[in-house]
Design a binder for this molecule. Structure first.
Ligand code: NAP
Length: 268
């Protein structure tokens, strides 16, 4: 039997197990996906333990995405972002990937087609870093907007064509943008929005990384403005799909994974 896992804390409400196990079932794979909650100081040791025990792949979530870099060989994208959410054991060697970046870009392309022009990324934490690098690599010019402006500058410095700003820049940037991403936690289990509705417009594609609830206030305002909306469930799906690809090399059963994830997201 193949065993895949996830390390993080807290982990009890993770949506990854049903999504990955739906893929194993769809492909008739003899595999399980197990969650582990190590002490927050033990991320690197947990990856070493997974390698020793012969796990076939590992997902990594908060608070371990940065600390596991000490014990994996990051691929160039994960190295630039400075965070890993997927570890594959390639000839026993742990290799780190960041599928949050590729997952966000795939979610946007799925809904908007080809991406071009200017993107505004609100948030400069882990998700903001990954999405900024992903969008810049996809050819967009990026403005990073964050409550703590110093962090926005740090994230913008990761790529060539990006600038950092404070929240007061939203009013001038969003009306000119083609893509808007919320990579803050604002809107999670609340009706707050990080971007005032008056700045939204019909030529925008809006991705909200928040997935609880799926329809955030930002997405509801964006839909009312005629924008194309992409909920955080799509990013979550495609980061999982990319992890599955790294681990198995198989063609992922995207529909089965999407259905399992949506069932869980709408239940919770
Ligand atoms: P994080 O590293 O803790 O960063 C949090 C970000 O939110 C920072 O930019 C922070 O600004 C900002 N923020 C927090 N409270 C704020 C407020 N009241 N007003 C304005 N800005 C505020 O978290 P993360 O890992 O990047 O995650 C961010 C969100 O993305 C979470 O909701 C997470 O669930 C979601 N996410 C989704 C996926 C997916 O697959 N859909 C993947 C990863 C993350 P400061 O720097 O000023 O503190």
């Amino acid at each position: 039997m193949d065993v895949y896992g996830l390390i993080g804390t807290p982990i009890e409400h993770s949506l990854s197990p049903p999504m990955h196990e739906a893929a194993y079932e769809a492909l008739d794979m003899d595999a399980r996906y197990v969650t582990f909650e190590p002490d927050p100081s033990d991320g690197a040791r947990a990856v070493e333990a997974a390698a020793t025990l012969g796990l076939d792949g590992l997902n990594v979530t908060i608070p371990f995405k940065e600390s596991v870099l000490d014990v994996v060989d990051p691929d160039p994208l994960a190295e630039r972002i400075g965070a890993v959410n997927t570890v594959a054991f390639e000839d026993g060697r742990p290799v780190g990937y960041n599928t949050d970046a590729t997952g966000a870009v795939r979610a946007l392309r799925d809904h908007a087609g080809a991406l071009s022009g200017n993107a505004v990324v609100v948030g400069a934490g882990g998700a903001g870093r990954a999405i900024t690098v992903g969008l810049a690599d996809a050819g967009l010019s990026v403005d990073v907007v964050n409550r703590t402006v110093e962090r926005a500058h740090e994230v913008a410095a990761l790529v060539d064509d990006a600038r950092g700003h404070g929240l007061d820049a939203l009013g001038s940037l969003v009306p000119e943008a083609s893509v808007l991403v919320n990579a803050t936690s604002v809107g999670m289990e609340s009706s707050e929005t990080p971007v005032p509705a008056k700045h939204l417009h019909a030529d925008l594609t809006v991705l909200d990384a928040v997935y609880q609830p799926l329809e955030t206030q930002l997405l509801s305002d964006a839909a009312a403005a005629g924008a194309t909306t992409v909920d955080g469930g799509w990013m979550l799906l495609y980061q999982g799909v990319a992890a599955f690809e790294h681990w198995t090399g198989a063609d992922p059963p995207v529909d089965a994974m999407r259905q399992a994830l949506r069932a869980d997201l709408t239940e919770n």
